[in-house]
Design a protein around this ligand. Structure first.
Ligand SMILES: [Zn+2]
Length: 305
């Protein structure tokens, strides 16, 4: 069974990768008034409307002045016959932005990601992720020379003739797992979170490590316990700036006594299913926001899905 997609995934775009190398076609689409471009500034994305908001793409013609001399737009793909692009407008003057985006505006992707439609959330996350990658990879990690965008923004190539290293958009895998023991689940909280917020344990996959090993290591590091059966649930792009969340459930083996390092987490504890349901309803425990895969992992468990 294919799991239903998470928020921020499933844009539905045809990424049309073979057209990325066709510079002439790309230029024609950028000049085409029916093409659409999504403006991005940091983790803010272009939206329009309020109830609910929608993705707010505009025409390349309107946005082009904001890019004057700046970063080249990135071709995202095709929605039917319409070409979609993403553009980084974070270096443009605020007044110019407002005029180019009206009646839309920029809004934080974390805030609007779960309010827009599934496809639009996927589209905005895709745009934010690829724009963030360009901003962070302006220089070659091998020789330090500037890099230049290629293949419609899906590759950067070192400008040093003696190097010419190719740099591809990066995605950093993160495992996030709801550890269960019968009718209870393990949640933790970071000191910086709002009071009462608890979530599933999570951490980056390290080099030379399988995702199953990463799940076991992170749970051991963060809670001092061991897990046995690890079951994949679903995944989610998390472009803050470049993560891919890999969601699992994992079953406790051995001792349930929790030991944690309070440098990393402020609290880690077991919640009975009924206890968590009631505490969340009463507002005593804040579940992760709806935009996060952690919310889905916890809700699926509460509903015994
Ligand atoms: Zn280089």
């Amino acid at each position: 069974m294919t799991p239903r997609p998470n928020v921020l995934a499933a844009s539905g775009l045809d990424r049309a990768h073979l057209l990325r190398r066709d510079a002439g076609w790309q230029a024609e689409r950028w000049a085409d008034p029916t093409s659409r471009v999504l403006a991005v500034s940091g983790t803010d994305v272009a939206i329009v409307g309020d109830d609910p908001p929608r993705a707010g793409p505009t025409s390349p013609t309107r946005l082009a002045p904001l890019l004057d001399g700046g970063r080249a737009p990135v071709f995202l793909g095709l929605d039917g016959v319409a070409a979609f692009f993403a553009a980084d407008i974070s270096d443009s003057p605020l007044d110019d932005r407002a005029a180019a985006l009206a009646p839309g505006r920029l809004a934080g992707l974390r805030a609007v990601g779960a309010l827009v439609s599934q496809r639009e959330g996927g589209l905005l996350a895709y745009a934010a992720a690829i724009v963030a990658w360009h901003r962070r990879h302006g220089f070659c990690g091998l020789c330090g020379w500037p890099t230049e965008a290629a293949e419609a923004g899906h590759l950067r190539i070192c400008a040093n003739p003696a190097c010419r290293a190719k740099h591809f958009p990066r995605t950093d895998p993160v495992v996030i797992m709801l550890v269960t023991d019968g009718d209870r689940a393990l949640l933790g909280r970071q000191a910086a979170w709002p009071p009462g917020r608890y979530s599933a344990l999570a951490g980056y996959v390290e080099p030379g490590e399988s995702i199953e090993e990463a799940v076991a290591r992170e749970v051991a590091e963060e809670a001092g316990i061991a897990v046995g059966a690890v079951t994949y649930r679903s995944s989610q792009p998390w472009p803050f700036p470049s993560s891919l969340m890999l969601g699992f459930t994992a079953k406790l083996v051995g001792s349930a006594d929790v030991r944690f390092d309070d440098d990393e987490l402020e609290d880690v504890r077991w919640f009975e299913r009924d206890e968590l349901r009631e505490a969340a309803l009463a507002g005593d425990v804040l579940l992760p926001p709806p935009v996060a895969i952690a919310r889905r992992l916890i809700e699926d468990w509460l509903e015994d899905v």
